[in-house]
Design a protein around this ligand. Sequence first.
Ligand code: PMP
Length: 462
Amino acid sequence: MPSGSDETAVTVQPVSSLSPTSESAHLFEEACRYLPGGTSRLHIYSKPFPIYARSGRGCRLTDVDGVERIDFLNNMTSLILGHGNPHVSRAVMDQLGRGVAFSEPTEQEVALAKLLVERVPSIESIRFANSGTEAVMLAVKLARAFTGRSRIAKFEGFYHGYYDYVQFSFASTSENWGAADTPRTVPSSGGLADSAGAEVLTLPFNDREAVESLLDQHGSSLAAVLCDPLCNRAGYPRPADGFLDYLREVTRAYGILLIFDEIVSFRLGYCGGQGIYGGDPDLTALGKIIGGGLPIGATGGRADVMALLDPTQHPPAIISGGTFSGNPLTMAAGLAAMEQLTPAVLEQLNAVGEELRSRSNAVFKVAGVRAQLSGAGSLYRIMCTDQPIDNYRASIQTAEAIAWIAELYRQLLDRGVIIYHQGSIALSTPMGTPEVDAFMGALEQSVERMGKPTWLKKSPVS
Ligand code: PMP
């Protein structure tokens, strides 16, 4: 059972991480010959090049140059049990010996579905896919087919993967975002059909009055309101007290389905973000942690809505397949991971999380740097403001702040700590106070080394 570090002291070796003669530099150069920008995942690119991973064990990752660091990113929050969790590895190896994928269903799929349905009250039935993007896509299609309506609403600044209809307004800027109470729907990617934007209404998070007024105007044409209880891309704004329950009521009043994207927020508690902040969604999109480290997505929710996928009585209303959906390797890994994530384990992880958050915020305060770790539990984002973040617009960082965070990422790498170059951090269960101590040491040294940026400066506390 994972329960914090089994080691008493963690050494953080100063290393020069991003040398142009490193194996990572060499690999990136080669990668650029074969992959656009050297990568399959846009977010992985960071200046001057990413470090290439060789292996991971527990909360540590060793790169191709043989440098070991503590991994505070965990494959973009998905490896909640860290690397090579023995129970997950055993389940995967067992399944590997029996076969990796079949045209036929397997018992592992039934077992993981049962675990999730029994665990989350709003999920009465579930369908597996291979990514969070697919999970959101299916949820939107279910809502459309169920309501007979086509348009959806989403919140400004919220990222939900790369399905066309959700690639709007997650990266709006002051130049194009319009009024705060009626945000414009702005494409956040190229390649979207001209008509797609007309299908999307953008809402301001945590602004009940504005949401009420927009739903008054558009509610009868909406199939779904899509929301994330705690959205990373928007700087992890906490839902205001009762805001998600309000969304529940107002969507019900207009016959709109409420969809929660809990692809990241599910790690916050035994029943995810909805178990903490409320909301009782009709549908929930899951991914990341429920796959035990393997690729996964899942859409679950009300039985009458999920029944649109049921082929046993009639041809299903929605056609959804996926050669690898519900594959036994992922199902076995997901089951082995989720079985370990008991309320006690999650509580312990969140306690370590709060320790890291409060100590980091104290480091920024003492150094006179206006920055904070936003988020909750084991999820964080470094935000260069000391003001509360209640929506996307409050989370906007200046170009200097973005550069400062990217430099902090490089400084931390040199001190044995991995975070995301845009400031996201996620813990894993093998971590405990020794890893928090190591993080604090690296953070203090990095902040000191970088000096006080004038644009962030305020008087240090006495
Ligand atoms: N929703 C959220 C909140 C996410 O953070 C992500 C990915 N980071 C997705 C959806 C898409 O998931 P995937 O990358 O598995 O397609």
